[in-house]
Ligand binder design. Structure first.
Ligand code: FES
Length: 168
């Protein structure tokens, strides 16, 4: 995003109220995530601490700090799902998609994208479907009562093929 475009977005939100969220939302829509360099630039322009922008970016699930793959697999890590096996679902996804834990997992959240950008796996807290725990969502489709054995079939519906992501 060039400086002129960022100026245009910032200029659209003259009032302090809702300004920061509105700008972040616009940047997220244009990039698909909130790039670090843009957040730094915005912090300077808006005269707010960078930490405030990061707080907003991590509080609202609409925002992401890294690019997402074509399909986003979100595993519910709420209490009911956790107790019913969500960690095993995450382990299975990581193994099948051949993605490793990175620094983003320090606070218990993670955002892992396959090398070919076909899938991102991430976590959330309670989809409001606890009676079907454990639950995961692929894009906007919810899957309940998921077991590790069901995951290959679910992924195949979104273009996964076993050979695509197996470690060599
Ligand atoms: S805890 Fe997973 S849907 Fe509620």
């Amino acid at each position: 995003m060039d400086a002129a475009r960022l100026n245009e977005i910032v200029g659209r939100y003259p009032a302090r109220e809702g300004k920061i969220l509105g700008i972040l939302e616009q940047v997220q829509r244009e990039f698909g995530y909130l790039p670090k360099n843009i957040l730094k630039d915005l912090a300077t322009r808006l005269e707010v601490p960078l930490s405030e922008l990061y707080s907003l970016a991590t509080f609202y699930s609409f925002f992401t700090l890294a690019p997402l793959g074509e399909h986003v697999v979100t595993v519910c890590m709420g209490t009911a799902c956790h107790v019913k096996g969500a960690p095993e679902l995450v382990d299975t996804l990581k193994r099948l998609l051949n993605v490793e834990v990175d620094e983003a997992t320090k606070d218990g959240k993670f955002l892992l994208t396959t090398e070919d950008n076909h899938f991102t796996i991430t976590s959330a807290r309670c989809f409001g479907a606890c009676s079907m725990a454990p639950v995961l969502r692929v894009d906007n489709k919810i899957f309940g009562y998921v077991t590790p054995n069901r995951i290959p079939a679910i992924l195949k519906r979104f273009g996964w093929e076993e050979r695509d992501h197996q470690a060599t």
